[in-house]
Design a protein around this ligand. Structure first.
Ligand code: HEC
Length: 162
């Protein structure tokens, strides 16, 4: 009996915690594997998006490589981002950035705009998403520019880097 009421309290505490945290996120609709609408209603800035993608703290390049001749260290755990703007629509890219687990429950890609249902988040970071809504838009605006182009081929990229 005592145990059950403690459990009840714990569940309510966790639920209200996540409700509070969720209020910090703007609401969005997922339609057929995409978030068609901008999170902010403002166009993203692709230049800032690129800067965010190559920034170490954002962690993209731990897993991904891409057309970034200026970046020495790039991951190979995940698809190369070269041409990703040809493979996916803007809305599909937005959903991946917000919460890739909605497309693949088992993905290792972090949910960049989500605060609930996460484990092992440092205390001081709980309740805030990794990227802000505008940063998500900036990254999406950059990714959509990564269309397949002949000079995106890895061989050419190595040449560019010299
Ligand atoms: C821990 C590894 C990891 C990190 C960090 C990561 N991703 Fe991913 N990403 C993946 C994996 C794995 C996939 C393949 C699909 C899946 O598993 O969901 C993927 C898929 C993608 C795709 C679709 C690729 C395609 O064209 O098929 C894009 C775009 C993408 N990630 C962008 C990013 C960006 C931008 C960042 C940083 C903000 C990032 N990812 C951080 C692992 C990661």
């Amino acid at each position: 009996m005592k145990r059950r009421s403690f459990l009840g309290f714990a569940v309510v505490a966790v639920m209200s915690g996540s409700t509070l945290a969720q209020e910090t996120l703007v609401s969005f609709k997922v339609i057929e594997g995409a978030i068609p609408k901008s999170l902010t209603g403002k166009p993203g800035d692709p230049t800032n998006g690129r800067a965010l993608v190559v920034k170490r703290e954002t962690t993209c390049l731990l897993c991904h490589a891409g057309p970034f001749p200026d970046q020495r260290f790039q991951g190979n755990l995940s698809p190369d981002l070269t041409g990703t703007g040809s493979r996916w629509t803007e809305g599909e890219l937005r959903l991946r950035m917000v919460d890739a687990t909605r497309l693949n429950e088992a993905t290792i890609m972090p949910s960049f705009y989500r605060v609930d249902g996460l484990t092992r988040v440092a205390k001081n970071l709980r309740g805030s998403p990794i990227l802000s809504a505008q940063e998500v838009e900036d990254v999406v605006a950059f990714l959509i520019t990564l269309k397949d182009q002949p000079n995106d081929r890895p061989k050419d990229r190595i040449k560019d880097a010299r």
